[in-house]
Design a protein around this ligand. Sequence first.
Ligand code: GLN
Ligand code: ZN
Length: 737
Amino acid sequence: MTSSFPASTVLGYPRIGPDRELKRALESYWEGRSSRADLEETARRLREDTWRRLAALGLEGLPSNTFSYYDQVLDTAVLLGAVPGRYRHDDDLATYFAMARGAEGIAPLRMTKWFDTNYHYIVPEIGPDTVFSLDAAKPLAEVREARALGLETRPVLVGPVTFLLLSQATPDSPDGFAPLDRLDDVVEVYARLLAELAAEGVGWVQLDEPALVADRTAADPAAVEAAYGRLGRLENRPSLLVASYFGDLGDALPVLAGTPVEAVGLDLVRGTAHGVDALAGKTVVAGVVSGRDVWRADRDRALATLRAVRERAGRVVVSTSCSLLHVPYDVERETGLDPALRRRLAFAEQKVAEVVELAALLAATPGRHLPEHFAAQERPHTSRVRTAEGRAPYAVRAAAQAEHLKLPLLPVTTIGSFPQTGELRRARAALAAGEIGEAAYESMVRAEIEQVIALQERLGLDVLVHGEPERNDMVQYFAEHLDGFAVTRHGWVQSYGSRCTRPPILHGDVRRPEPITVRWARYAQSLTSKPVKGMLTGPVTIVAWSFVRDDLPLREVVFQVADAVREEVGDLEEAGIRVIQVDEPALRELVPLRRAEQAAYLEWAVAAYRWATSGASENTQIHTHLCYSDADEILAAIDALDADVTSIESARSRGRLLGAVGAFPRGLGPGVYDIHSPRVPGADEVERLLTEALRTVPTERLWVNPDCGLKTRSYEQVEAALANVVEAAARLRERYA
Ligand code: GLN
Ligand code: ZN
């Protein structure tokens, strides 16, 4: 329990592989094309490569147990034996993947966003009767594996408080039960784990407690005290680092400081060193290199922060602000990027090098002076928030649009994308590789649009879409067509399980050099007399799913993107497009973790959306789409977007949503077809869902649509499902006519 913490570390590292090796290995294993041994060998090699690379870069404190076959929260559930009975198989890996992905008619555990990142974790189920038991195999195996390479590591685990706060109660739990009620039992399992790790000769263990930076229930400070008081007082244990990240610890800092843990990790990029004096006598693992962006650290600023923390607390260790899971591997591979931009960028490898360099600089400057800018500084900025003139009131617009669009009652539409065929994706790759010309690709896209329009006419939809065949991704596509963005070739970041995204890099002022979507929308409209909906991604979502420049306030950047979207809206209108949808599925994602900051965010986010859409005439119907099921939490903000029609995913919490939307004063389409599942809903089922919705939504305001885009489904499923949706709407129309 006495070894001091190494001078430099990172809280975690990417694990999907520089070439997404883990993705490929997982998918091939799931499809039965490779063996468990193949999968394990790929995983072992990835871990070995990571440890060797970190050591070669000069990092002293190497983390282990940061690898995962799917998700670290799911790993923790397995570690604690919290496996719901319905998922149990003889084969442990089958059990594991059943929880993550479902099996034989059993739905997987819920998945949701990891704080305000684009990573998604599996939500464990904990009930009053959950029997906890320690399964330490994974962290122990990783410690031994690294040791066999001659490397000592620090196992990283999700901490007990965060684990329980992120869990949900089992469906049969009594009212009032919360997983955190089981804290004492869970802490006992951690205690046994720490004893096993100590017996293995492990010097330090990292327990991640990011839940402490979000607003907590009143029980939480007590939970922190109980958990870390108990673990800290154990006789036989490694030294403990409790890592917070994604913001300030706030009230949890003094609580943690009062427990016998040896080290506390602070996010000094998003948070401040406020209150750090309380940590005198402990080691502060100072997160000065951001794990959330792709920019090189400001060295002087980071050093000043490190020195200041050293003055006030005990020992200081240089670290990343959070795990590097959220950034790509290596910017040196991005040879296609403008060299001037590349020099400004740091991916995981470069960030490790920065941590190492800062540790050396800190060691070389033992001075005892306090720099002035101790706390994180508000950057000065000129506010250029544009306020929309505002369109005519909804009632006026609704009347104008009824006249102009002549839509039937309960209009049927879709969210935008139609299935992306392998043929299309291959053609796009061939175009990028220069194997086919622009003209050949374009004629393929046009042929696809023709089919999608014909299909919708045949099925009898009311507001058609062109199907988005030209888009690889709803954000990347716009990034590729706007100035100020760069796209990478290898910059993959894990989103969940084997799924990765390649966020664009927003590095400069955003400008739209020319119309982006207009010719496709115009072409689609030329094929039909029904209105075709123009499809745009909203400014908040474009920014939320990109790596964003940090030299301007976020809202300033969002307004720049809103300018571009506004221009596109204008051009679509001019091209004769009468319905325009501006998607904002990420509106909720940027909501700050602290309640006190949420209202200000929602205000500017809504203002940006309105700026993007308010140039439209009252005849033009503006739609928006939001993906998530817990939209009821921000219903007031959704209302304030002032879109004429809002479609919302509702498969997963329909009752709650409908309960909340009673007073929603505009068009509303709560999804009636869960596109996340291959299941085709029957017409009776859709009719029932619509009937239910009509109890809260007035007939003239209810829209009929799937939950989300159809991109990931097959044409077979989509045709069958949409036929049933149209049929259900027709039956109801007859009833209400
Ligand atoms: N228009 C997009 C689509 O249909 C919306 C996707 C989304 O909400 N994530 O694919
Ligand atoms: Zn969606």
